[in-house]
Design a protein around this ligand. Structure first.
Ligand code: F6P
Length: 558
């Protein structure tokens, strides 16, 4: 195991600390004095145009940040990851989500721990493609021969957030009349509501779980199976006997997992199961077989295009010098904000209604990856780590929480994501509504950067205490990420961008961004508390006073 380099001991960190001690951000002044700032700090990344110019950096600070990446071995660790080294030290695993999107026949062939990675990846992709085609054409049909109209993905965390986000984002591409729904929560409301109006004869469930042990997913899968059997029997489509039920499961359940033995034990035909591998983290798995619901509903060609988008960004990261390497630069900016300017959160604000689940998706990607207090060798971190990621699509957010970003007391770096072309070109009278939407994106980043001075407020006739209330400090950092349109490839590019930003930050902080031990304790305790809920007195007595008191409230109100 390579020991993490303590970023705080590097010369670059000292440079940044010195720069920060006399730092007076002045975006107005910087832009006024430097006609090239916007152009110099805008970078191409595959189809994306990434404008860093409204961030709180000077050329000197950016150069120190790049040196920080050099001195903490970002490039070397990236190379280690790509080569299949076991950089997920606590689970002793390789981290190879980038291999999921390597094109067929990529050279040199990737062989890791004796596994022919490229061959295996493309074998599964081929099976998914063939299965998706069969469902879309109606060749694979329900038990009564009816064509599938709805796929219901049952999964949670990385086995849910990616597929649901992508389905929502690319819905305009769903051309086969197949809807996708997503059940994740163990709150029974979720499955009850999502199945309420479904016809069991046209419903295909996908049980998606990397481990195939997750309580929520397996509980929901059993509930779905009971629902299927009961509804099909009610409609006279199957009998009550074992053979009919097995046959119904074969026609209405498929699975996605790394644990195909457990899939078989659940009763799902492993011919209808798609595997992946322990070197794919849950939150890095939307481009694996976990995306099967997408290949079916959006089509395998769309899925291929989506993967190609990821690969374009992977190629950029692997081949571009650090000073122009866009995901690395964005990761470095986040380090600057978190460790030097005290940012505790980071807003992601897509100007696209289709991306309404993107911030939620990024929350798992970034926070489950970098919400850590120990480094990959088990020693404590030496700086603050993982900031809170959050957001909502513009313009809705403008009318909700932007006030705090504009005039609050905290620095909140914000990423604005926008598209030149709309999915739905509508006009209001003679006005292009998408144009109006984009004017809001541009207006917000402008207001945040440049603010409004007291003199400007007064010049409009405002006097007295209202002047301060109407003054905007400006110097609120934003990054603008602009693309021609929200295509499958562009969406893959955006996801890969944030994966690599997360990796850069994790490396600088010395974190293993690929484990998630912090979620285990709650899972274990839930299993210990469940008997107390069900009336087991010994389990009740074993709880702490607060938990006992809450259990008593529950018992009194049930
Ligand atoms: O919440 C922890 C976690 O392990 C996530 O990392 C993962 O995405 C999720 O649970 C679901 O796990 P699985 O795909 O194994 O059901």
């Amino acid at each position: 195991m390579t020991a993490p380099i303590d970023a705080t001991t590097t010369p670059a960190w000292a440079e940044l600390a010195a720069a920060h001690s006399s730092f007076h951000p002045d975006l107005r002044g910087w832009f006024a004095a430097d006609a090239d700032r916007a152009e110099r700090l805008s970078f191409p990344l595959a189809d994306l145009h990434v404008d860093l110019s409204k961030n709180l950096i000077t050329d000197e600070i950016l150069a120190s940040l790049v040196r920080l990446a050099e001195q903490t071995g970002v490039a070397a660790r990236y190379a280690e990851m790509l080569s299949g080294a076991h950089i997920n030290t606590t689970e002793d695993r390789a981290v190879l989500h980038t291999a999921l999107r390597r094109p067929a026949g990529a050279s040199p062939e990737l062989v890791v721990d004796g596994q022919h990675i490229d061959t295996d990846v493309h074998e599964v992709l081929g099976r998914i493609r063939a299965f998706a085609e069969r469902v879309r054409s109606g060749e694979f049909a329900g038990v009564t021969g009816k064509r599938v109209a709805t796929v219901v993905n049952i999964g949670i965390g990385g086995s849910d957030l990616g597929p649901v986000m992508v389905f929502e984002a690319l819905k305009p591409y769903a051309d086969a009349g197949i809807e996708a729904r997503f059940v994740s929560n163990i709150d029974p409301t979720d499955i009850a509501q999502k199945t309420a109006d479904l016809d069991p004869e046209t419903t295909l469930f996908i049980v998606a779980s990397k481990t195939f042990t997750t309580l929520e997913t397996l509980t929901n899968a059993r509930l779905a199976r009971d629902w299927l059997w009961a509804k099909l029997a009610e409609q006279g489509a199957i009998g009550d006997d074992e053979a009919s039920r097995t046959n119904a499961v074969a026609h209405h359940f498929i699975a996605v997992s790394t644990a195909l033995d457990k899939v078989a034990a659940f009763g799902i035909d492993t011919d209808n199961a798609f595997g992946f591998w322990d070197w794919v983290g849950g939150r890095y798995s939307v481009d694996s077989a976990i995306g099967t619901s997408l290949a079916i509903s959006l089509g395998p060609d769309v899925f291929d295009e989506f993967l190609a988008g990821f690969h374009a960004v992977d190629t950029h990261v692997a081949t571009t010098p650090l000073a122009q390497n866009v995901p690395v630069l964005l990761g470095l900016l986040n380090v600057w904000y978190v460790n030097f300017l005290g940012a505790q959160s980071h807003a992601v604000l897509p100007y696209s209604q289709l991306l309404h689940r993107f911030p939620a998706y990024l929350q798992q990607l970034t926070m489950e990856s970098n919400g850590k207090s120990v480094r990959w060798d088990g020693t404590p971190v030496t700086t603050d780590t993982g900031e809170v990621f959050w957001g909502e699509p513009g313009t809705n957010g403008q009318h909700a929480f932007y006030q705090l970003i504009h005039q609050g007391t905290r620095v909140i770096p914000a990423d604005f994501i926008a598209f030149a072309n709309p999915a739905f070109p509508l006009v209001d009278g003679d006005r292009d509504v998408h144009g109006l939407f984009l004017a809001n994106f541009l207006a917000q980043t402008k207001a945040l950067a440049f603010g409004k001075t007291a003199a400007e407020v007064e010049a409009e006739g405002t006097t007295g205490p209202l002047v301060a209330a109407r003054t905007f400090s400006g110097n609120r950092p934003t990054t603008s990420i602009f693309a021609p349109a929200l295509t499958p490839s562009v969406l893959g590019q955006l996801i890969a961008l944030y994966e690599h930003i997360t990796f850069t930050q994790g490396t600088i902080w010395g974190i293993n961004s690929f484990d998630q031990w912090g979620v285990e304790l709650g899972k274990q305790l839930a299993l210990q508390i469940a008997p107390a809920i069900e009336g087991d007195e010994a389990a009740f007595a074993a709880q702490d006073a607060s938990t006992r008191s809450l259990l008593a409230y529950y018992r009194a109100h049930r």
